[in-house]
Design a protein around this ligand. Sequence first.
Ligand code: NAD
Length: 299
Amino acid sequence: MKIGFIGLGHMGNPMARNLLKHGHTLKVFDVVPDLVRKLTELGCEVASSPAACAQGVELVVTMLPSSPHVRSVYTGKDSGKDSGILSGVSPGVLLIDSSTIDPHTARDVAMDARAHGNNMVDAPVSGGTGGAEAGTLTFMVGGDSADFEKAKPILQCMGKNIVHCGGAGNGQVAKICNNMMLAIEMIATAEGMALAVTLGMDPKVFAGIANTSSGRCWSSDTYNPFPGVLENVPASRGYTGGFGADLMLKDLTLVTEAAKAAKQPVMLGAAAQQLYQMHSTMGHGALDFSSIIKLYKKD
Ligand code: NAD
């Protein structure tokens, strides 16, 4: 297929490479010329705008930072120019947005696309840059069943687990609610680990007890935030690599805003958002999200 790919950053670059590996041809666009160059070296065609990138292709994939970028790249509304995807794409071409954004914007943009004659699915991912490189991402897909089936073979070039979550925006709902649960459980694990050690326990002994008792969770047994408890996790290499605390803060901000709009209480989600915000202002935003334990223990 001839695919238009927009957003060639940490995730978009390896995802685009995996599409090339599967024999697709790409037309690419990013606002950063160096990122575009990396793909032209692999034979991709370059476009001068999102509209040009969407012109003459059979499918469009976007991987952008957040909601305002997605709205502007699709509709061109915020840029004040007629350079959005919808002004260049032919009616009938399927649009796939894999950015993590708020469900409300995902539904709005899908409606704009539908009015233009294009169906759209939101397909945010989990699995990080490692999963993007290995082609093992999980895609959480929101949209019509027929569009899900059409998107699936393309998503399978970049991921292993492709899940239909329901109508437009539901992929984003799954993504941000899962990450809210993850943040809360990571903070709970950090708090419990730090207190047990302060009160005199060995961290490995306490983690072993929690992991065979009711305190067990993914953050305690697979991604423990206390240094030295597990090998090969960010906590044991200075919180480098992994999933950045600032990306977790972004997802928590999306989820708390979505909850606010729905008048749905998220007491622990809101507290988690504030803790990650404080962590970020203390200069730890670039570290892995398990570094939140720094709020509880001295280095
Ligand atoms: P990134 O910042 O590395 O890449 C985003 C790219 O979009 C950049 O190259 C940027 O130049 C480009 N861009 C911004 N505005 C643009 C515009 N108007 N037109 C064209 N290109 C534009 O971000 P990333 O780490 O690749 O993440 C992308 C998305 O995936 C985000 O929504 C993020 O939350 C989500 N995500 C990231 C990870 C991760 O581990 N990095 C994991 C899961 C989900």
